[in-house]
Design a protein around this ligand. Structure first.
Ligand code: SF4
Length: 230
């Protein structure tokens, strides 16, 4: 089921619709392969951790920024209205500007978060010899890693070691990206989240406005701030 059904309805027939449906399909695919890994290993981040969002702000490709913008317009219209004016209401200067310190789950755009936030801590990679390799998130404490009986001497594990410690290797990041239609067709030029997100929100609102829907379900009232080409 789509996380942005009303926005898609308003954009049907446009290029933006195609981009949004492609990246949503890619995100769903990532979710499904990671779900298999989680079910086999039960290796979940500690409750309410959020350390990976500290001192970090994602760089976004156009398609990721577009999806995040659509998700915020659909699910948090009043926040979208502020971000469209370059105001980030959760910004505390120390974390990603979308990190909500007052929420147990921290990420205020969880359903619209970009690839890096979906893959970090839940993917593996190929080493120089093309062997599948897994490195647990660097923010996990030794105490936490001891609970799953990991060898703490090197913290980088071969496929066999990973299977013996936790039961399965997470999906390989490059495989996921190579099977991602939106990643392959994107320009891959990335821009810092706080620079690109306001423009993308305004772009979507403008196109919805041009389609004759000034007040889309789940979007702020009124016309967008600045017109941008589709
Ligand atoms: S988008 Fe969400 S998960 Fe990603 S860094 Fe920001 S707060 Fe964290």
């Amino acid at each position: 089921m789509s996380e942005i059904p009303h926005i898609l309805e308003k954009l049907e027939g446009t290029l933006l619709y195609d981009t949004l449906t492609a990246i949503e399909k890619d995100y769903q695919n990532i979710y499904e392969v990671q779900k298999i890994w989680y079910e086999k290993t039960n290796f979940l981040c500690p409750d309410g951790c959020g350390k990976c969002c500290a001192g970090f702000e994602p760089d976004l490709m156009d398609s990721e920024a577009l999806y995040m913008a659509a998700w915020i317009i659909e699910n948090q219209p009043f926040i979208a209205e502020q971000i469209a004016k370059k105001i980030f209401p959760f910004d505390n200067g120390k974390t990603c500007p979308l990190y909500n310190v007052n929420s147990k789950y921290h990420c205020s755009v969880y359903g619209g978060r970009p690839m890096i936030c979906r893959l970090f801590g839940a993917s593996s990679f190929f080493d120089k010899e093309h062997n599948k390799t897994w490195r647990p998130c660097k923010h996990l404490s030794d105490e936490f890693l001891k609970t799953v009986h990991l060898n703490l001497e090197h913290k980088t594990y071969s496929e066999n070691e990973t299977i013996s410690y936790i039961g399965a290797v997470p999906p390989v990041m490059s495989d996921l990206l190579e099977s991602s239609a939106s990643f392959l067709t994107d320009s891959k030029k990335t821009v810092l989240l706080r620079e690109i997100l306001p423009d993308m929100i305004n772009k979507i609102l403008w196109i919805i406005h041009m389609n004759g829907n000034d007040n889309p379900n789940g979007s702020p009232n009124g016309a967008p701030n600045s017109p941008m080409a589709a």
